[in-house]
Design a protein around this ligand. Structure first.
Ligand SMILES: Nc1ncnc2c1ncn2[C@@H]1O[C@H](COP(=O)(O)OP(=O)(O)OP(=O)(O)O)[C@@H](O)[C@H]1O
Length: 294
């Protein structure tokens, strides 16, 4: 079952682009990454899902219901952490969380205390006195206190130290194991790789690809490094599928995508002393999608 269905969603801000014809689905139980550089359109997509802004065209459904028409119903089941959190500074942390909980008409006191313990958040402090990172933790507790079925996170880790990031990821994994679906927006590749099963990559307002993380890695190019006994002519490895070919003395480097047999045969036909074949890391794969086209 799809928890989120986005169909041809477009949002323009006056004459400027927000997002253009975005479509993808998030299935129940997934931790789904939404990744792209600054200004790509992640927040615009998320704000539309939450009916904080209206689409110019297209639509989106959450739990099978139109996200604008059924917004009040849907919001009860969503935990949202915005990229930037703002609060009325005069309130105490616990009072703000109780106030937030009152919207869901259930007693969340036990859960607030559990989450505060996990995230090491002092409930007795005034919001005014919290550091940026602690305000972020408050946002996390606020987003999760009603045990939502869908958790939407927009750049959630900015401001958290590495230990807290780790605790937060573990918390998300626990919620996911209990059944929550997670949409995780980020421009940080390593955290998406660590947490998500599938990703949508967004660039300049449009979806570039939607893939399993594992498939992204498998279908990509391989990196070859070959040490030869004698210096080779550069043309020797200039084969279809080869790119970024560099030959320096006895060392040959290139990237290869395609049928491996041809290139392995070429290697076998020359006198080599060593060969290394490596998978690109995820960062290199993403960079390929990120690069701006002129
Ligand atoms: N309120 C607004 N008015 C005009 N243009 C906007 C507005 N909000 C966003 N945009 C534009 O829409 C595009 C997408 O922005 P958005 O904030 O959705 O990107 P993002 O992927 O979330 O980026 P970031 O990682 O920097 O938050 C950008 O070109 C941005 O300038």
């Amino acid at each position: 079952m799809n928890v989120i269905e986005i169909n041809h969603l477009t949002k323009t801000y006056g004459k400027s682009r927000g997002i253009t014809d975005i479509s993808f689905n998030v299935e129940e139980g997934e931790i789904f990454g939404f990744i792209g550089p600054n200004g790509a359109g992640k927040s615009t997509t998320i704000r539309t899902l939450l009916s904080l802004i209206y689409p110019t065209s297209g639509n989106a459904k959450i739990f099978g219901k139109d996200c604008i028409e059924f917004a009040p119903d849907i919001k009860k089941e969503i935990g949202y952490l915005p990229s930037e959190v703002f609060y009325y500074d005069n309130m105490k942390v616990f009072d703000l969380l109780k106030y937030s909980a009152s919207f869901y008409k259930k007693d969340c006191t036990k859960r607030i205390k559990e989450l505060a313990e996990i995230m090491d958040l002092d409930l007795t402090k005034k919001i005014d006195d919290l550091s940026l990172g602690n305000k972020k933790k408050l946002g996390i507790v606020q987003g999760l206190l009603h045990e939502p079925k869908l958790i939407i996170l927009d750049e959630p880790t900015s401001g958290l130290d590495p230990l807290m990031q780790q605790k937060f990821f573990e918390l998300l994994e626990t919620e996911n194991q209990k059944g929550a679906t997670v949409l995780f927006s980020s421009h940080i590749l390593s955290e998406v790789q660590r947490l998500c099963n599938r990703v949508a990559i967004i660039k300049e307002g449009a979806i570039v690809t939607v893939e399993k993380i594992s498939t992204l890695q498998e279908n990509n190019y391989k990196k070859f490094k070959i040490h030869t006994k004698t210096a080779l002519d550069k043309g020797y490895f200039d084969l279809p599928g080869v790119s970024q070919l560099e030959v320096k003395d006895h060392l040959v480097h290139f990237l290869f995508r395609g049928n491996l047999n041809g290139v392995l045969q070429k290697i076998a036909e020359t006198d080599i002393t060593n060969v290394w074949i490596e998978e690109p890391d995820l960062e290199e794969i993403f960079m390929h999608y990120y690069v701006k086209e002129d």
